[in-house]
Design a protein. Structure first.
Length: 278
């Protein structure tokens, strides 16, 4: 797909990006992945996008090839958002459209609001960029009403739990990992940093989740959600739609949470429509 690796040094640590060059007169698309995912999770979606502009896909700080020290404080959604914001600033893209899935959608919202603050109070020593649009895919926005149940689902303890998690992510095209891969996934998804992130999020729910504060977002936005999504439900996305004034809600039929993977072609069509309006 014409991507190359790029590491943005932030002094003592770096953020890894997959980058594809493109027409600099067009906004740069920045894809931000969610929990238990990585930059490669967008490969199917990007494959279906007919876009001539530049594309950036980072590994979130602390994940994949964007290494962070194993310190609990660093594994907080707002801290991760700030680190990613600085990396995007250094990569010097003047105009952006953010595309965030799940936790990446919440991080995208935080970046949009931080950017709005800087646009109003520019800091001369820092290069500014402007976010032209926002695409939210099954985005986190408020605490889940069944928080404890969701936490158990997202931290599988055995192979049976892995299958249950996959059934929450996929509607029809449910992957069938081998016994060996299931064991690897149980180990990989239960590393300390994931537990730090979950614990810190629960402790600071009111600060981490925007809720009605999403009203601060005033750029064109589309919100896409799977009709059967149990992690970020249609009712949750309807609330987000009412809070973001310039937003449009699109419900994807026969889909659950992993809409960027299971319904990549459909999502790509909706993003294309959004980009044309832009």
């Amino acid at each position: 797909m014409g991507f190359f690796d790029r590491n943005i040094n932030l002094g003592g640590h770096s953020v890894f990006f997959l980058e594809r060059s493109g027409d600099n007169s067009l906004p740069t698309l920045v894809f931000i992945h969610g929990f238990l995912d990585g930059c490669y999770g967008f490969r199917k979606l990007v494959k279906h996008l007919d876009y001539k502009g530049r594309i950036l896909i980072p590994d979130l700080p602390g994940y994949g090839r964007s290494k962070l020290p194993l310190i609990s404080y660093l594994y907080q959604i707002d801290v991760i958002a700030k680190i990613l914001y600085e990396a995007i600033r250094k990569i010097a893209a003047p105009n952006l459209i953010l595309i965030g899935h799940s936790m990446g959608g919440l991080i995208s919202q935080k970046i949009v609001i931080q950017n709005k603050i800087e646009q109003n109070e520019p800091i001369q020593s820092k290069s500014l960029f402007e976010i032209k649009g926002l695409v939210l895919l099954g985005s986190a926005c408020i605490p889940h009403p069944n928080r404890d149940e969701m936490k158990k689902i997202l931290f599988p303890e055995n192979e049976k739990d892995i299958i249950q998690l996959l059934h929450h992510l996929y509607y029809a095209e449910i992957p069938e990992p081998s016994w060996f891969l299931k064991r690897i996934l149980v180990s990989a998804w239960n590393v300390p940093k994931n537990h730090y992130l979950a614990e810190n999020t629960i402790l600071r729910e009111k600060e981490i989740f925007f809720g009605a504060r999403a009203k601060q977002i005033d750029i064109p936005t589309i919100i896409l959600v799977g009709e059967k999504d149990e992690l970020t439900t249609v009712s949750m996305m309807k609330k987000l739609n009412t809070w973001i004034n310039k937003s449009k809600l699109i419900v994807i039929q026969h889909a659950k949470h992993a809409i960027h993977m299971e319904k990549a072609e459909t999502i790509a069509v909706e993003i294309q429509k959004f980009l044309k309006v832009k």
